[in-house]
Every structure is written in structure tokens, then in C-alpha cells.
Design a protein around this ligand. Structure first.
Ligand code: BV8
Ligand code: ZN
Length: 240
């Protein structure tokens, strides 16, 4: 039995057809830099523009499914290895593939909360009726029935702190890991990008799976230049 931590970025979802953060800009949003849209300021300035973008992205997500790489990670867990997934991704593909312990450092696209009272409701407003027909449609976020505040996507925007519980779970998982595997991240966004360095400082062997080098590559023990699904199937075969 091996204690494994998988640190995954948007490249982990690429083969499922989920547009990466930087590619998820069509229609009206194409004139924006995603980093300008994914901020509290953008939502305060134009809630309908931002809410429409997230509703469109949520609708895209409901149409895709996990790939062999997600399934390989879940299979390692079923085979008795201790597996923690720490993801920058806001999709639910790891959960849908069967991974039991997933820490979402940047929140979850299919969830939303009221900015006034933090309230949530079922069904979650971000996933109700199909999103606007075309990408680029603005849509006013619904008001909270409890306090009248607006709903916002339950994701971490730039300038916002990461959820304490997810961050603490990530650090604890790395501290007890035998191996750390970094999959599909450019290593540009902090503080998530500092986790592979933490693993190295703690003397954990770090493997990177990414078709091209990233900002993480100089910090890892091995870099397999291949897509997530091929790399994870190779790792699963080795760990048998
Ligand atoms: C914070 C949720 C402080 C939203 C996201 C200047 C210097 C350094 C840092 C900063 C700076 N200015 C500001 C900062 C801080 C900032 C930051 O890091 N900015 C960067 C851009 C410079 N960070 C923050 O603001 C964070 N908060 O610092 O708060 C604070 C502290 C205390 C109290 C109050 C405040 C919050 C960051 C979280 C932002 N939210 N997502 C949403 O999704 O809408 S980040 C978003 O971008 C994604 O979640 C993802 O994590 C990230 C990158 O997205 P992508 O580009 O899509 O993916 P990625 O970069 O991972 O690249 C894809 C990779 O996959 C590539 O390497 C590619 O080669 C590879 N690939 C492609 N295909 C495949 C593949 N790999 C494998 N298989 C394949 N098939
Ligand atoms: Zn409320």
C-alpha cells in the first residue's frame, strides 16, 4: 500500500473536454482576460456578466465526463492505496470517477452561495435550467430568499483566500504521503503552485505528468512528458 497525493490542475480535465480556465471565454466574454472576470470586483461591477459566464461554464461541465486518468486514480484507491486528490479544478470529475477524498483549493463550479448570509439552496441556482443558449449571454444572479443578497459562484476568485479546510487537508496529505504526483498544472497560480515545493522540502519524491514543461518542472524528481490519461495509466500499471 502506498500513500499517494495527486495535485491536479486544469490539464487534468483537458482530455474530458473541459475548457481550461484561459480557454473558457467565448462570445461576450472573449474581450475579457479570465483573471479580470474571476474577481470580486468584476462581480460587484457587473454581476450578470460574471454569473452568466459561470452558468455557461457549469452547463458545459454537465455535458462532459471523467476520462481514463480520473478513473485510474480512483482505481488505485479501490486497490488499497491511500489516495488524496488536491485539485485547483472547480469541476467534479474526480468525484464522478469515484475518488473519495478530494480537496478543492479553488472551490467548486457547481455550487453557489449568497453573498449576504452565505446561505445555500437546493437545487443550486448555478445548475438549474440549462444555461443561456449562447456563450456570452448575461444573466442576473438570483436573489437569496432569506436576506435578499445575490448568489455568487462558490469558487475562489483572484485576491480571495483559499478555503482553510482544503488548504489544511492538502498540507496534511503531503506530510503523510509516500509519493506526490503533479498532473496538468502550469504552476502559475499561487499559493497552489507552492505545494510541490513543500513536498520536496519534506523529502517526498515528486513526479510531474504534463505534455510540456511547466514552472513546476525544475522542482520535481521526474517529468513524464505525456497527457494525464497516458501518464496515470502508466503509473497505475507500475503500482499495480
Ligand atoms: C490569493 C477558480 C491572497 C475560479 C482560480 C503576482 C505574483 C504572484 C502571485 C500573484 C501576483 N498577483 C496576484 C497574485 C496572487 C494570485 C496569483 O497567483 N495570480 C497569478 C495568476 C500570478 N493568486 C490569488 O489571487 C489566490 N488568492 O493569493 O489570496 C489572500 C490571502 C489571504 C487573505 C486574502 C487574500 C487565488 C487564486 C485562485 C484563483 N482561482 N480558479 C474559476 O475557475 O473561475 S485559478 C484558475 O487558474 C484555475 O483554477 C487554475 O488553477 C488556474 C490555472 O488555470 P489554467 O490556465 O486553465 O490551467 P493551468 O495553469 O493549470 O495550465 C494547464 C496546464 O495543463 C498546462 O501546464 C498544460 O501544459 C497542461 N496540460 C494541457 N493538456 C494536458 C495537460 N496536462 C496533462 N494532460 C493534458 N492532456
Ligand atoms: Zn442570503
Amino acid at each position: 500500500m502506498t500513500r499517494l497525493v495527486f495535485l491536479t490542475g486544469a490539464g487534468m480535465s483537458a482530455e474530458s473536454g473541459v475548457p481550461t480556465f484561459r480557454d473558457a471565454l467565448g462570445g461576450l466574454w472573449s474581450r475579457f482576460d479570465p483573471e479580470a472576470l474571476a474577481t470580486p470586483q468584476a462581480f460587484a461591477r457587473d454581476p450578470a456578466l460574471v454569473w452568466g459566464w459561470y452558468r455557461w461554464r457549469a452547463a458545459q461541465l454537465l455535458r462532459v465526463r471523467p476520462h481514463a486518468g480520473h478513473e485510474a486514480i480512483a482505481a488505485l484507491e479501490r486497490q488499497g492505496h491511500e489516495v488524496d486528490v488536491v485539485t485547483q479544478n472547480v469541476d467534479d470529475l474526480h468525484e464522478r470517477a469515484g475518488s473519495a477524498r478530494v480537496a478543492h483549493l479553488h472551490g467548486r463550479l457547481l455550487h453557489s452561495r449568497c453573498i449576504g448570509c452565505g446561505g445555500r439552496r437546493e437545487p443550486d441556482p448555478i445548475t438549474v435550467a440549462p444555461a443561456p443558449p449562447d456563450d456570452g449571454a448575461r444573466e442576473a444572479p438570483p436573489p437569496c430568499g432569506h436576506c435578499g443578497g445575490l448568489y455568487r459562484p462558490d469558487v475562489v476568485w483572484f485576491g480571495e483566500a483559499l478555503p482553510e479546510d482544503a488548504w489544511n487537508a492538502a498540507v496534511a496529505a503531503i506530510e503523510r504521503a509516500d509519493r506526490v504526483v503533479v498532473v496538468g498544472t502550469s504552476g502559475l497560480v499561487q499559493p497552489a503552485a507552492s505545494l510541490p515545493q513543500l513536498a520536496r522540502r519534506l523529502g517526498k519524491p515528486v513526479l510531474e505528468i504534463n505534455p510540456v514543461p511547466s514552472a513546476i518542472t525544475p522542482q520535481v524528481d521526474a517529468h513524464w512528458a505525456m497527457p494525464a490519461s497516458a501518464g496515470l495509466l502508466r503509473l497505475a500499471a507500475e503500482l499495480g
